[in-house]
Design a binder for this molecule. Structure first.
Ligand code: F6R
Length: 604
């Protein structure tokens, strides 16, 4: 999951390549590189690390050309190092790649035997050599590209320059996204609409297996069989202005604060505020007898929260499974099932594969995605959009709460359709949902208390998170957030599981974060807190005012607003995210771009 950009410009392109790579940095930031046609031949500049390291290289050695490609990398094959940075080069070919070539080892041996010498440890370099080798046989660039693609197994989005073809950028996609951008006398390719957003809002999404040539005249697109095809051009909202930090130090901080708005926008698509009712999401839930949610990471926790609601409110059996397991498990799904992929990016490889698996078996599919132009959005039978806006921080925050908000409203709508609640109850729940943005804003106001507590947590080696009911997935989410941005080991447990093993970890050095709004399960969680205190454990209790009155002695308390249990996961998410954020800040960690991670995981 790297980011790629290609420009056939009317003016020098290096600054624009860099601007675009900054927008793509959420996809990876181990190394970066650009190449451009300079006086009839292709030159490249590369650097280990983030885009600013590449900018420093360019300050020393400027690159001036009007046709170029760029790449920001998330390492798969080969350590983050300049020699593994893209663009890769072989003979006349210079290219950038997002994806994984699965048969690279055998192709590499074959090409080595034919005299090719490799300079990197990447799977990508083999494509450059193979294409160069194919060009040697006398084929035109596009024919050589097609012949090369036919030999590749795996996933790719490519951007390619050829020495001697001064006004041509070629691209191709299979398993990794690629768009074509249409400008005024200029053309672009990029990993997504954000990449070309500053230059044009006229976008063509390439289909699986397509390859393309762009030059000043436009784009020539071919399908996997090599036939010329026309793909529709769309106007997309580039949302370029949304990709700014404003006055915040980090995107994550901004995105936590964006949540009241993000949830409001999302809910406006699912709740009719005037009539206090839900809006039908486009699925007839009376015909659905089982809901199968598939997702990865944080999105899977949104799905786990939704399961409580779909089963409780709508009496609809619901399974939630991590997509990377689901796709290989040969699950038994009957025709009445609805498969629902939950994904911020809409491009996560495992979730997409799980969705496709269901589709090929004739199961109705839906995709709850934040990127409405993504592959999942386009391939699912039904689109459930979230309207969180672009999320740049690698750790998901506003996308997560927007997913939970949308899923909660859809569960209410399903309950009404299935006759499990009447119009009066639907109106009550719709009104509760409409209170969410205000309550999230109040929950964010715990920030100062959370910041103080974070100072203590930052010293811990291990942290446990406990919750019951829908607070259990939130405990899992809290632990994931903390470990991914502060590198502190953390685990989430169902509070009732504590005594079945994890209690052995309890000592005075291990903070236990307990998420417990006052609900029907509060007393049970209070007993678990007593068990912890009795063993010298240190508790941070996240609760509401009534719960705070029952906090065990010595516990530190974060008081979130009281709310209906249906929206408690939405309201209680904010203090949990803030805690992870401030611990990471205390530790001086790279909050928005944690080590080893990338925002969009388009490889297995
Ligand atoms: C964690 C996080 C990841 C993503 C996961 C799925 O903060 O962001 O766990 O939730 O990689 O990504 P999407 O939602 O794009 O499918």
């Amino acid at each position: 999951m790297c980011g790629i950009i290609g420009i056939v410009g009317a003016a020098p392109v290096t600054d624009r390549l860099i601007d675009s790579l900054k927008r793509l940095e959420y996809r990876g930031y181990d190394s970066a590189g650009v190449a451009a046609v300079v006086d009839g031949h292709v030159e490249r500049r590369r650097a280990k690390g983030k885009i600013r390291a590449l900018e420093a290289v360019l300050d020393q050695e400027p690159l001036v050309g009007t046709v170029g490609i760029g790449h920001t990398r998330w390492a798969t094959h080969g350590a983050p190092a300049e020699r593994n940075a893209h663009p890769h080069r072989a003979g006349r070919v210079t290219l950038v790649h997002n994806g994984i070539i699965e048969n690279y080892a055998e192709l590499r041996e074959e090409l080595k035997a034919k005299g090719h010498t490799f300079e990197s440890d990447t799977d990508t370099e083999v494509i450059a050599h193979l294409l160069d080798h194919t060009l040697d046989s006398g084929l035109e660039p596009l024919a050589a590209l097609k012949a090369t693609l036919d030999r590749l197994t795996g996933a790719y989005a490519l951007g390619i320059l050829i020495d001697g073809e001064d006004e041509l950028v070629m691209g191709a996609r299979r398993g990794s996204p690629l768009v074509v951008g249409h400008g005024q006398g200029e053309m672009f390719i990029g990993s997504d609409a954000l990449a070309v957003g500053p230059f044009t809002n006229r976008i063509t999404y390439l289909d699986e297996g397509d390859y393309v040539a762009i030059d000043h005249r436009g784009a020539r697109i071919f399908d996997a069989a090599g036939a010329p095809v026309t793909r529709p051009e769309r106007i997309v909202s580039a949302a370029a202005a949304l990709v700014e930090k404003g006055n915040y130090r980090h995107f994550m901080e901004k995105e936590i604060h964006d949540q009241p708005d993000a949830c409001q926008h999302t809910l406006s698509a699912y709740v009719d505020a005037v009539n206090a009712a839900t809006v039908s999401p486009g699925v007839d839930f009376t015909k659905v007898d089982r809901l199968q949610i598939v997702a990865c990471g944080t999105a899977s926790y949104a799905g786990m929260i939704a399961r409580y609601l779909f089963e409780r409110l709508a009496d609809l059996p619901c399974e939630v499974e991590i997509a990377s397991e689901f796709r290989y498990r040969q699950p038994a799904l009957a025709p009445g099932a609805l498969a629902l992929a939950v994904s911020q990016s809409g491009e996560t490889a495992d979730t997409l594969a799980a969705l496709r698996w269901c589709k090929t078996r004739g199961i109705q599919t839906a995709a709850l995605v934040n990127n409405h132009e993504s592959t999942m959005a386009r391939e699912a039978d039904v689109l459930f959009p979230t309207h969180a806006g672009p999320e740049i921080g690698v750790a998901s925050t506003k996308a997560f709460t927007s997913q939970v908000a949308a899923l909660t409203a859809i569960a209410v709508s399903a309950a009404r359709q299935r006759g499990r609640i009447d119009a009066h109850e639907e109106a009550r729940l719709a009104s509760i949902l409409l209170e969410t943005p205000r309550l999230i804003a109040q929950a964010i106001a715990t920030e100062e208390t959370v910041r103080q507590i974070a100072g203590d947590i930052a010293k811990a080696r291990d942290v446990l998170y406990l919750g019951r009911g829908a607070m259990f997935p939130l405990a899992l989410e809290g632990a994931l957030k903390l470990k991914e941005i502060s590198y502190i080991h953390a685990e989430g447990y169902a509070a009732g599981e504590l005594k079945h093993g994890p209690i052995a970890l309890v000592d005075e050095a291990t903070p236990i974060i307990v998420i417990a709004p006052t609900d029907e399960l509060f007393d049970k969680t209070a007993s678990n807190m007593s068990e912890v205190i009795a063993r010298g454990g240190r508790i941070v209790l996240i609760t509401d005012e009534a719960g705070a009155a029952h906090a065990p002695e010595g516990a530190r308390v974060i008081v979130a607003p009281a709310c209906d249990p249906v929206i408690a996961p939405l309201v209680f998410a904010a203090p949990i995210q803030l805690l992870a954020y401030y611990v990471a800040v205390q530790k001086g960690a790279d909050v928005d771009q944690p080590r080893n991670l990338a925002k969009s995981v388009t490889v297995e």
